[in-house]
Design a protein around this ligand. Structure first.
Ligand SMILES: NC(=O)c1ccc[n+]([C@@H]2O[C@H](COP(=O)([O-])OP(=O)(O)OC[C@H]3O[C@@H](n4cnc5c(N)ncnc54)[C@H](OP(=O)(O)O)[C@@H]3O)[C@@H](O)[C@H]2O)c1
Length: 308
């Protein structure tokens, strides 16, 4: 593998779940890491501030950055999807990237690479068993529209000769935060069951594997374009919840939580759990990446907090 020699990496959204894990890994590997954040001071790492709504960016951030990783954005699972919240989900990503594109265009020195998160939501929620691959067309729902525009907004960087990698990320598994603690809560209370039909696929990736995948994208100059960031073992929601209950040595019940109830509680956001996508990792594996967690069972066997 050809090594990128630049050692200074700027991470927009470096305070989040994926960003914190990536910052620690990069520091461990000898990189100089800085975070682009809405907050002026972030513990542990040098921080540059920005405020996309006010079109403000501390421009010394771009002097620092030999490479950029983009992990910012309003959390899609944080609040009910009102129109205002949908706008926030979309704008916190594309307006931020548009501003970066504009500032990079004017900068004297351009970063060598721009690696951006995206999500497997690009393919749209479905109950299909077919594996989605990177050349597939986007789906037709809200998250598909967001990710499509998100990915589009990165393209001008490619035209500037900056190496661009987009990682279409599945459900990130970590005990710290994100989807898993939310899914584990009813299980730990002894109320584990599948959601809706239970047939929808969850394409997941373990947090440290994802941080390693970002490192792989940083260091492998041949990597360019869109890659799915999911493990080789997508499972149905029913299998996921059953295995989770087993890991916590808790019961698993059928029938599942009915779809109408979840729709009532969550509104349109329920689509995120009632539908899914079976996503292929073949492209990134063929590029030479290997996962530490290939099977969901291996990950669940190592859950620290079991049993409750
Ligand atoms: N976690 C997953 O399962 C998953 C799956 C697929 C895709 N992704 C994508 O990967 C990226 C990183 O995920 P993550 O789980 O690490 O995210 P996260 O923990 O929610 O953190 C993202 C960071 O974005 C910034 N942010 C939050 N709300 C914002 C807003 N309204 N406007 C601007 N910035 C905002 C925050 O940084 P500051 O407060 O420091 O500015 C935050 O630390 C996200 O874009 C996410 O959509 C995540």
């Amino acid at each position: 593998m050809e090594k990128f020699m630049g050692k200074r990496i700027l991470i927009a959204g470096g305070t989040g779940l994926i960003g914190s894990s990536l910052c620690d890994l990069l520091q461990e590997k000898g990189y100089e890491v800085a975070i682009l954040s809405r907050s002026p001071e972030v513990k542990n790492y040098q921080t540059f501030q920005w405020d996309v709504e006010r079109h403000y960016l501390d421009e010394s951030a771009l002097d620092f950055a030999e490479g950029l990783v983009f992990l910012s954005g309003e959390n899609v699972g944080a609040k009910r999807w009102t129109q205002k919240q949908k706008d926030r989900i979309l704008n916190s990503r594309i307006q931020a990237i548009r501003m970066l594109v504009e500032k990079i265009e004017k900068a004297n020195r351009k970063p060598a690479f721009f690696i951006s998160a995206s999500a497997t939501g690009f393919y749209g929620g479905t109950l299909s068993k077919r594996f989605s691959i990177e050349t597939d067309l986007p789906g037709g729902d809200f998250l598909a529209a967001v990710t499509r525009q998100w990915e589009e907004s990165v393209k001008p960087l490619q035209e500037m000769g900056i190496r661009m990698v987009v990682l279409r990320t599945g459900v990130v598994l970590s005990e710290k935060s994100g989807a898993l603690p939310k899914m584990a809560k009813p299980v730990q209370l002894g109320l584990g069951s599948a959601l809706g039909s239970g047939k929808q696929y969850i394409s997941w990736i373990e947090l440290n594997d994802l941080a390693r995948l970002y490192l792989f994208a940083i260091e492998n100059e041949k990597l360019q374009g869109v890659y799915n960031a999911v493990s080789p073992d997508p499972v149905t929601n029913e299998t996921f919840m059953r295995q989770l209950a087993r890991a916590y040595r808790k019961p698993f019940f059928l029938p599942s939580v009915p779809s109408f109830l979840l729709k009532l509680l969550m509104g349109e956001m329920a689509d995120m759990v009632l539908k899914g996508n079976r996503v292929s990792c073949e492209k990134i594996r063929e590029a030479g990446f290997s996962f530490q967690y290939n099977k969901l069972e291996d990950y669940f066997q190592n859950l620290k907090q079991q049993p409750h």
